[in-house]
Design a protein around this ligand. Structure first.
Ligand SMILES: Nc1ncnc2c1ncn2[C@@H]1O[C@H](COP(=O)(O)OP(=O)(O)OP(=O)(O)O)[C@@H](O)[C@H]1O
Ligand SMILES: [Mg+2]
Length: 380
């Protein structure tokens, strides 16, 4: 049974084969497949890395971050926020689910999401050489009941029978099976910081059962927001040097945002990085580059507010579980945003517990979902 993690920025499908985790992979051999769908002039939608590449040249017909708006109407904060940063057009009526207007017509958010699920199913079938018709899928802790129920419908649209819908950090708790390294049977805190949402769960393994002592999160806080804050910083740098307002140009804004994402990753590996977009600005009759050196220190103040919000939500969830922080065996870090050194440091400082850092934090949720598919434990 396939474990499916439909992520805001990346999606992963995992399967337990002979007691080991395996993944559906894309053309690059990667298990984290960009949650991007491109609608071409003719032929079926294009999904993943290729779609992400086409986002640069045809942003109107390339849809990303659809997970943020599944089941939401046009006039909701989630849809307004996505529209503010996106070149593709969102349309809709009243409380009906929002649609994306593309050259191949209007597609509901659910339809776009089901294209992503179908793509993962097909990649998995290709990888494992068999028909796959059943899945365990994951949703953010705060997903409304309607979205949870909707996952069954989305699965059906993608040719999958969804047997179980589970919260992302709870699945993440099972990323190494029932007794993952460092699991002493004491409560554990799972800190799942992805591209679009922060999801927290306090869990305890009791025999063959996973007890969820508390779960909560923030469904509008993720790595994307780090990129947006970074992009604002770049916009004000450019304004300071050229009195040029980059926010007026949607295509340039998108390029800046994407470059921020890349440079953010570089900053996880080294204390400083070069931010460079050649010939980005047409000012005073010539083309100017955007070029500067950014450091972790500079980004600390840009991301400070986001990080302290994340710590605050975690603290509240831990409080709600009634577990004294000193009793936590570990804090497990999953989700791509936990690569950010400032995030790790803040979590370590706030809770004073050992961090259990996943080698591959972005596939943890899918792995846990596939584990539950293979070993249907009780989760409560
Ligand atoms: N090395 C890195 N340093 C900093 N951020 C990173 C790194 N690698 C990935 N990320 C960020 O992690 C995020 C993606 O993480 P992940 O794949 O866990 O999220 P997701 O599952 O798509 O989103 P969500 O769970 O919120 O729906 C992106 O914002 C990406 O920029
Ligand atoms: Mg995720």
């Amino acid at each position: 049974m396939l474990g499916l993690d439909l992520g805001t920025t990346f999606s992963t499908a995992a399967l337990v084969v002979n007691g080991k985790f395996h993944y559906a992979v894309d053309e690059r051999g990667e298990a984290c497949i960009p949650s991007v769908v491109h609608f071409p002039r003719s032929g079926p939608p294009i999904v993943g890395t290729e779609a992400d590449r086409l986002r640069v040249i045809d942003p109107e017909n390339t849809v990303w971050a659809i997970k943020r708006v599944i089941g939401r109407g046009l006039d909701t904060p989630q849809v307004r926020r996505l529209q503010a940063g996106a070149v593709f057009k969102l349309v809709g009526r009243g409380t009906d689910e929002v649609m994306v207007r593309t050259r191949s017509g209007d597609h509901s958010a659910s339809e776009v999401a089901s294209i992503l699920l179908r793509d993962m199913r097909e990649r998995a079938q290709h990888r494992f050489g068999r028909t796959i018709s059943k899945a365990v899928v994951t949703v953010p802790v705060l997903a409304p009941t309607a979205v949870r129920t909707n996952m069954v419908k989305l699965g059906r649209m993608a040719g999958l029978e969804v047997l179980r819908v589970i919260s992302e950090p709870v699945a993440g708790a099972l990323a190494r099976g029932i007794a993952g390294a460092g699991d002493t049977g004491e409560p554990r805190l799972i800190f799942d910081f992805g591209g679009g949402t922060l999801d927290i769960a306090v869990v305890q393994h009791v025999e063959d059962r996973v007890k969820v002592l508390a779960a909560s999160g923030d469904d509008s806080l993720g790595g994307d927001d780090f990129d947006t804050a970074f992009a604002r910083f770049i916009a004000s740098h450019v304004w300071g040097h050229h009195q040029f307002d980059v926010t007026k140009d949607v295509i340039l804004s998108d390029t800046i945002h994407r470059t921020c994402e890349k440079v953010k990753r570089a900053l996880s590996a080294s204390p400083s990085a070069r931010y460079f977009i050649p010939e980005a600005l047409g000012v005073r009759g010539r083309k100017w580059d955007i070029e500067l050196v950014v450091t972790r220190e500079m980004m600390s103040s840009v991301w400070e507010e986001l990080i302290s919000r994340a710590v605050q939500v975690t603290r509240e969830t831990l409080d709600a579980s009634g577990v004294d922080p000193a009793r936590l065996s570990v804090v497990s870090l999953i989700g791509g945003t936990t690569f950010v050194p400032q995030v790790r440091e803040a979590v370590a400082r706030a809770f004073g517990r050992p961090l259990d850092v996943e080698a591959d934090p972005q596939t943890a949720v899918a792995r846990g979902a596939s584990f539950l598919g293979a070993f249907p434990l009780l989760v409560r």
